[in-house]
Design a protein around this ligand. Structure first.
Ligand SMILES: N[C@@H](CCC(=O)N[C@@H](CS)C(=O)NCC(=O)O)C(=O)O
Length: 285
C-alpha cells in the first residue's frame, strides 16, 4: 500500500506540469459550460415573459437615477412615452454588439437605443417624429445624434476620467484608487478627436452644445413643441444624468444655474413619464 502511494507521488511529481495543464483545461471547460447553460436558461426565461413585452437589458439601477446609463434611461423613457409594456433585466447588461442597452422582444435580440426606438415605433405604431414637419424631423435627428453619439461619450469622460468613477461608486465603502474605465474612454475619445483637447476646452465645447439645446428649446414645453417625441427621451436621458449623476461637474451648474429652461424641462419630462421615479431608484446601502 505504502509502495503504491509513493509510486503515485513520484508519478505526480514527474508529470506535475501535465496534471496542472489538464486541471486548468477542465476548470475552464466547466466554467464555459456553466456560462452557456446559464445564458440559455436566461433566454428561456425571457422567452416566457409573454408576447410583445420588451425586456430591456441594462446596467443595475442607480441610486440617483433609475439607471446609471443615459441610453438605458432614454430607452425606458421612450417605452413609457409609447406605453409599450416592458421589464428590466440586470443580469446581462451587454448585448449583441457588446453595448448596453439592448432588448429582447418575442425571442429576438436587438442592440442600439436609436435602432430599437425606430423598430419599436414601426412595430407598435408609435413613431412620434412622423408627425413633425420635415424641417423639425431634420432638427430632431440632429439633436438625437448629438446627445446619443457625442454628448453621451464626452460626458463619460467626465465620469470616468476627470471624476475617476467616484460618483458611480460613492455608495461603495471605499473610493476608487485609480481611473476605472478611464483608459478605455480616453482611447476612444482620442480616436474620435475630442479626447485630445484639454478638460477646459472640452467643458467649453459641451457648454456650446448645451447652449444650442437651451436656445432651441426656448420656452417650448418639449424640444419640438407642445408634445414630447423620441428626441425628448434622448435629451431627458442625457440631461437627467447631468442633473443628478454628475454632482460637482461643470455641466451641473450650466443646467441648474445658467439655463434654467433645461432644468425645468427635465423636471417636466420626469413628472409626466416618471411619476414612480423614487420607487425606481436603488435604495442607498
Ligand atoms: N449607440 C449605442 C451606444 C451604446 C453605448 O455606448 N452604451 C455604453 C453604456 S451607456 C456601453 O455599452 N459602453 C461599453 C462599451 O462601449 O464598451 C446606443 O445608442 O445604444
Amino acid at each position: 500500500m505504502l509502495e503504491a502511494v509513493l509510486k503515485g507521488c513520484s508519478w505526480l511529481r514527474e508529470n506535475c506540469e501535465a496534471v496542472k495543464g489538464t486541471m486548468v483545461l477542465l476548470v475552464a471547460g466547466a466554467a464555459l459550460v456553466k456560462f452557456y447553460v446559464n445564458r440559455q436558461n436566461r433566454r428561456k426565461r425571457w422567452a416566457a415573459v409573454g408576447k410583445d413585452i420588451v425586456i430591456v437589458h441594462g446596467l443595475p439601477k442607480g441610486h440617483r437615477t433609475p439607471n446609471p446609463s443615459p441610453l438605458t434611461l432614454t430607452l425606458e423613457t421612450y417605452l413609457r412615452l409609447a406605453k409599450i409594456p416592458y421589464q428590466m433585466d440586470y443580469e446581462e447588461p451587454f448585448g449583441p454588439m457588446g453595448k448596453s442597452p439592448w432588448i429582447t422582444l418575442n425571442g429576438e435580440e436587438m442592440g442600439d437605443s436609436q435602432m430599437i426606438i425606430k423598430m419599436l415605433g414601426r412595430r407598435f405604431g408609435n413613431d412620434f417624429s412622423a408627425k413633425l414637419t420635415p424641417e423639425q424631423q431634420g432638427a430632431a435627428r440632429a439633436f438625437h445624434m448629438m446627445v446619443t453619439e457625442y454628448l453621451a461619450l464626452v460626458f463619460r469622460m467626465w465620469r470616468w476620467v476627470e471624476n475617476r468613477g467616484w460618483t458611480m461608486l460613492q455608495e461603495k465603502p471605499c473610493a476608487p484608487k485609480k481611473p476605472l474605465k478611464g483608459q478605455k474612454i480616453c482611447k476612444r475619445t482620442c480616436i474620435q478627436g475630442i479626447g485630445r483637447h484639454s478638460p477646459e476646452e472640452i467643458h467649453c465645447i459641451i457648454e456650446r452644445n448645451l447652449t444650442a439645446i437651451s436656445l432651441y428649446l426656448g420656452d417650448k414645453a418639449f424640444l419640438m413643441g407642445s408634445d414630447p417625441c423620441e428626441v425628448d427621451c434622448a435629451l431627458f436621458g442625457s440631461l437627467t444624468h447631468i442633473m443628478w449623476n454628475y454632482p460637482g461637474s461643470p455641466y451641473e451648474t450650466i443646467i441648474k444655474v445658467k439655463y434654467p429652461n433645461l432644468k425645468e424641462y427635465v423636471l417636466r419630462v420626469k413628472e409626466r413619464l416618471w411619476p414612480d421615479w423614487d420607487q425606481c431608484l436603488r435604495s442607498p446601502k
